[in-house]
Write a protein that binds this ligand. Structure first.
Ligand SMILES: *Cc1c(COP(=O)(O)O)cnc(C)c1O
Length: 400
């Protein structure tokens, strides 16, 4: 088996049109979003309008990061010190981080072996915790049954805020991820679906919520210069009550995101061609399990997850060494000591310790591979061959 020589963190270059737009912003010297003359718009305002149109939401706020979008959303919704916020236990640290940032307490919910929130455990924890808010993380792009979820939340009067860092562009039954509850939170960090290094987008249809979020983001009373904001009168009763959390996006980042947004749908198809090719090849190997994806889910395959069925920690280590020797960089979410972003809920000491036996079992054998668009379809076939080959040579239960 030839080793793979590609780079798992190498994204495609920023498109030429975006580089041109960035140069124009820099030549103007006007990088701050509110640095406009009378009647002029800014790249940030244009991005807000374009993203609201893409998402099909009434309002959009561009902000400093995906984490900032979630923090603003929680605070704008009125979540504060001591409040409980439900979230799935399998997520990335910015999610419990956003909950901690508003002084709230995360209540972690189990996940299923298909990597989505467990609705039964959620129902139990809504009742036992009394939490009124769910910050749902669509972790690694997996969508739960969104209809069943919203029905459950409606029954109990729980508000939904969606973390769509890995589901920008994804849909459930044709409806965009991020449009099922009060708000959707997106990230434009380098490893997500459009790339400005750092950045975030917050969408909602609720005028008061969005007015509060805009004020919180640090709008210096210049909210009339936003691209997809509520009418000025909505801000009247709120403008002096919202603290400034300085979480704005700048024009340079917005300028390079606009041309990338225009390419997003095409890129989703490119990601999914890569994902589907690998998923089909892994499905044939009895030692590996790829999460089942329901027909209602239109996903964005920017990364792939699979379990080594029944593998003990030593077998996980052996498999990781075998693939690494062939140039394949996998993350093991259940590793006892966090490496890079492989943190589990046990690595978040600022969250009260919670017992999540089912999630722990899933994470114990769960591996993750990034799929940057710089990988060709041939690269993906090669990667799949290595993943299957190593399952065979490390003698996993069930492998040939
Ligand atoms: C990346 C990420 C975010 C947001 O990250 P930022 O770096 O703050 O933009 C949120 N949730 C998940 C699951 C992520 O992977």
């Amino acid at each position: 088996m030839d080793p793979f020589t590609g780079n798992f963190t190498q994204q495609e270059p920023i498109p030429d049109a975006a580089i041109e737009a960035a140069l124009e912003v820099m030549r103007s010297g006007r990088l701050h979003r509110y640095n406009t003359g009378p009647g002029e718009s800014s790249p940030v305002a244009e991005l807000e309008a374009a993203y609201a149109a893409y998402q099909g939401s009434r309002f959009c706020l561009a902000c400093a990061s995906g984490g900032a979008a979630m923090t603003l959303a929680l605070r704008a919704h009125g979540v504060g010190a001591g409040d409980k916020v439900l979230t799935n236990a399998f997520t990335l640290a910015p999610v419990p981080g956003a909950i901690a940032a508003v002084g709230a307490e995360a209540v972690l919910v189990e996940i299923t072996e298909d990597l989505v929130i467990d609705l039964e455990d959620l129902a139990g924890k809504i009742t036992s915790s009394g939490a009124r808010t769910l910050l749902l993380s669509n972790m690694r792009g997996h969508l739960c049954d969104m209809n069943a979820l919203t029905e459950l939340l409606d029954q109990h009067g729980v508000t939904l805020i969606e973390d769509c860092a890995h589901t920008m562009g994804a849909r459930w039954n044709g409806r965009k991820s991020g449009s099922f509850g009060l708000a959707g939170c997106f990230s434009t960090q380098t490893y997500k679906h459009i790339n400005s290094g750092e950045g975030g987008l917050l969408t909602s249809d609720d005028p008061e919520f969005m007015a509060r979020a805009i004020l919180l983001s640090g709008s210096y009373m210049l909210y009339e210069r936003h691209g997809a904001a509520p009418e000025p009168h909505v801000f009247e009763g709120l403008r002096l009550d919202m603290p400034n959390m300085s979480s704005r996006m700048d024009n340079l980042r917005a300028a390079i995101l606009l041309p990338q947004l225009a390419q997003l749908e095409e890129n989703i198809e490119r990601w999914n061609a890569r994902y589907d090719l690998i998923a089909e090849r892994l499905a044939v190997c009895p030692a590996l399990r790829v999460p089942v994806r329901p027909a209602a889910e239109y996903y964005v395959g920017s990364s792939i997850q699979f379990q080594l069925i029944g593998a003990a920690p030593e077998q996980m280590e052996a498999y990781l060494s075998a693939v690494a020797a062939l140039g394949v960089d996998l993350k093991w979410f259940g590793r006892a000591e966090p490496v890079a972003f492989t943190s589990t809920h046990k690595s978040w000491r600022y969250v009260p310790t919670q017992n999540l036996p089912r999630t722990d079992v899933v994470l114990a054998s769960l591996l993750d591979m990034r799929l940057p668009l710089t990988f060709s379809l041939d690269d993906c076939a090669h990667l799949a061959d290595i993943l299957v080959h190593c399952a065979e040579v490390t003698r996993l239960p069930g492998a040939a």
